[in-house]
Design a protein around this ligand. Sequence first.
Ligand SMILES: O=C(O)CCC(=O)C(=O)O
Length: 279
Amino acid sequence: MPSTSILTPEQLDEFDRRGVLRLGGLLSADRVRRAREHVQRRLAPLGLWREGAWHLESFPRPQWPASGLKTSKAIGNKHPDVQALLEEPALLSAVDTLLRGRAFDRTAFRRPQILFTLPNSETWTVPTDWHVDSPRLASGRPPGVQLFTFLDTVEPRGGGTLVIAGSHRLLNDGRLIRAKELRRLLCREAFFRELCSGAPASAEDRARLLDRAGVVDDVVLELVELTGAPGDAYLTDLRVLHSGAPNAADRPRMMATHRFVRADVMRELTETLGWEPLG
Ligand SMILES: O=C(O)CCC(=O)C(=O)O
């Protein structure tokens, strides 16, 4: 670990074990405020943000799983104040430690992506759309680290991403497994069956699945709802199973994410899967 790392050996160990590490106040308040204000400015012409407050009544209320807006179009990410989220020294130090000093590649993911969900559900539930964004590679190398940070407070049941801690350690058996196949294989396991299938049927019963913990192949698994205040962050292993979630709060969910892909693994992703720069 570099001597200047902001992470302790215990945090590094937690990340390796759980694939999820929470870092309170990782991004500075000013940097996050500027990114948040960019989002709010972009939503003002739609009537959603006016005079320092949300006016959600002026927009049709979406129903989960719809999030209300096509975020890339309505908000976009090509603004310096959004890009500047990635320049935070503490973030870069933590990512460097988790990548063990290896370089990351920015050709596939150049800028952070805004995650925005209008309130879209009366009742909160655990969804079925569990997925990974990256395959298991034949080389067995971890592809990288994903940042999730909060531009505004996200309370429990307020639309924060859900992740399954520990799931990055499953099915690393030296063969290429594409994301869709990985989901199919995991969903056969007893621990994942209900999570993937939509049963039990009532939203309330499904919400209780959040408390679920279990063991598959000696790996402890646990559902984690990402919640926090502006500037708080989670770093996750890119192999962790995750899902968007309904927003049952009365304010929009405003987060940002970014995928730091290891440069050496990017070469493998390009060669074996034809990954291309996404912009
Ligand atoms: O929180 C969300 O909307 C889902 C995020 C997600 O699936 C991702 O960033 O890969």
